[in-house]
Design a protein around this ligand. Structure first.
Ligand SMILES: O=C[C@H](O)[C@@H](O)CC(=O)C(=O)O
Ligand SMILES: [Zn+2]
Length: 282
């Protein structure tokens, strides 16, 4: 039987090399075009903070999270922690026999050491799409369901600058303890389309973005690169981006969208950003 867990590996890149990348190379290294594939767990193993990013999209059968060779362990979570956020129809995640039901934008944090993780859709015609984020862990924290309402809310931006939005901090030290992972869901006011502008970097933490809720022909122009050497990626709905610590991560949509961001690295201090003055951007 073919394995239902597929993995692609991405190496880390030096900014001096990246400034010579053409569009195809930028996309090959930093954009994850297929996050969700029906009936599969599709993962990207990146050497940027050893993040594993991907999607579990069960249709008519449950999908068990097995440990691919890349992990080098008998179970996926032997030395890792993980979050699963549902951006699709209603679903269930069973962790070592305990069933958690996830509606839209609910997140399950799964602590290091969980053996059996199984994903299911409640309705195969409206499949759940579990967006997975995992990073190395050193301690086992409690598995917990974090509905969007439980997130710590940080309103930011203004209508006049087209960036009025609420940052929902879902995986955050004020919500629940984790080893490295910090993550949230940023949702916009109608008409606001700019995220994370003014830009920032935080070399001690890398970041992963998933853009969602874009219409079929909508696109986000995601800004990346060192502040003095910016590039962009044109991103469609439900595609993800690997943002190394040296890169800005800002985007503007041709239509309304939401996005999930996640960080791992040396600290979990969300406010510890190096803000980039507008005059420094090139
Ligand atoms: O370091 C923090 C991350 O870049 C995100 O939280 C930014 C974000 O969601 C936003 O400004 O909309
Ligand atoms: Zn950031």
């Amino acid at each position: 039987m073919p394995d239902h867990v597929i993995v692609e590996t991405r190496q880390a890149s030096h900014p001096d090399a990246v400034k010579r990348f053409d569009t195809g190379e930028l996309r090959r290294h930093f954009l994850i075009e297929r996050v969700f594939a029906p009936g599969l767990i599709a993962l990207t193993y990146t050497h940027v903070d050893r993040f594993v990013v991907g999607g579990a999209m069960p249709t008519d059968a449950p999908l068990a999270l097995t440990a691919p060779r890349e992990i080098g362990q008998k179970t996926f979570l032997a030395r890792r922690e993980m979050s699963a956020t549902n951006v699709g129809g209603p679903g269930r995640v069973t962790v070592d026999g305990t069933v958690h039901t996830l509606g839209r934008l609910d997140t399950l944090y799964v602590g290091m050491g969980a053996d059996e993780v199984v994903f299911e859709s409640l309705d195969p015609a409206d499949p759940a799409k579990f967006y997975l984020l995992s990073c190395p862990a050193h301690a086992s924290h409690r598995t917990a369901l974090v509905p969007l309402e439980r997130a710590r809310k940080v309103p930011l931006g203004a209508e006049a600058s087209a960036n009025k939005r609420v940052i929902n901090q879902v995986i955050h030290p004020d919500v629940l303890p984790t080893c490295q992972l910090v993550a949230g869901i940023t949702l916009f006011s109608p008409g606001s389309v700019w995220n994370t502008m003014p830009s920032h970097t935080h070399d001690r933490r890398s970041e992963i973005y998933l853009y969602f809720d874009l219409p079929e022909d909508g696109r986000v122009f995601h800004m990346m690169g060192e502040p003095h050497e910016t590039r962009h990626l044109v991103v469609a709905n439900e595609q993800a981006i690997i943002s190394p610590g040296w890169s800005i991560h800002s985007g503007v949509g041709t239509a309304s969208y939401g996005f999930m961001w996640a960080m791992a690295g040396d600290n979990q201090d969300f406010t510890d950003m190096d803000m980039v003055p507008m005059s420094a951007l090139r």
